[in-house]
Unconditional design. Structure first.
Length: 172
């Protein structure tokens, strides 16, 4: 599987980083981060990222075959740009490619509460078969700490991507 992972905004960037760290090694990952999230990754080793202003990167082209993209977290600014078809950086361009090529796109909006404008943009995108999957805790998994809460959310995103895992206890 070839997977694009975009991280937008500084708040919640750690969850995106944990998502990447838990991906199976056989998945080919292409990471792009917003300028604000870039500060979180600057000193990390082993994570190669695309510059968000590089719209000539491979993932900006429909002819570069990827299987799916997740934007985790997805700022409301990024979500609004995608909903309006604005492709002014690599993240929004890659998302636009996923939409036009009818490939799987998952957005994990991070802000709350959602305003009517946020909800309208999410509804518009969901009607295009884009999955809106904010980081929401499943209390039935009975998480005991923040790590278990994050594992649950990451596991739910893995489920949407068809990635096998054992990150949380399933409902029986």
């Amino acid at each position: 599987m070839k997977l694009i992972v975009a991280i937008t905004g500084a708040s919640g960037a750690g969850l995106g980083k944990k998502f990447i760290a838990k991906l199976p090694k056989e998945i080919e990952v292409f990471v792009v981060v917003s300028d604000n999230a870039q500060t979180v990754f600057e000193k990390e080793e082993g994570i190669s990222v695309f510059n968000n202003s590089n719209i000539a990167a491979s993932i900006a082209s429909g002819s570069f075959k990827t299987d799916a993209m997740i934007i985790l977290p997805c700022s409301m600014n990024t979500l609004a740009k995608i909903a309006c078809g604005i492709s002014d950086n690599l993240t929004t361009r890659a998302a636009s490619v996923m939409i036009k090529e009818q490939r799987k796109l998952i957005l994990a909006p991070r802000e709350m509460p959602f305003s009517p404008i946020h909800l309208e943009n999410m509804l518009k995108l969901s009607k295009l078969n884009i999955l809106i999957a904010p980081p929401v805790i499943g209390y039935y998994a009975q998480p005991k700490n923040i790590e278990e809460m994050e594992d649950f959310m990451i596991g739910k995103w893995f489920d949407l991507l068809g990635i096998s895992h054992n990150l949380f206890k399933r409902w029986e």
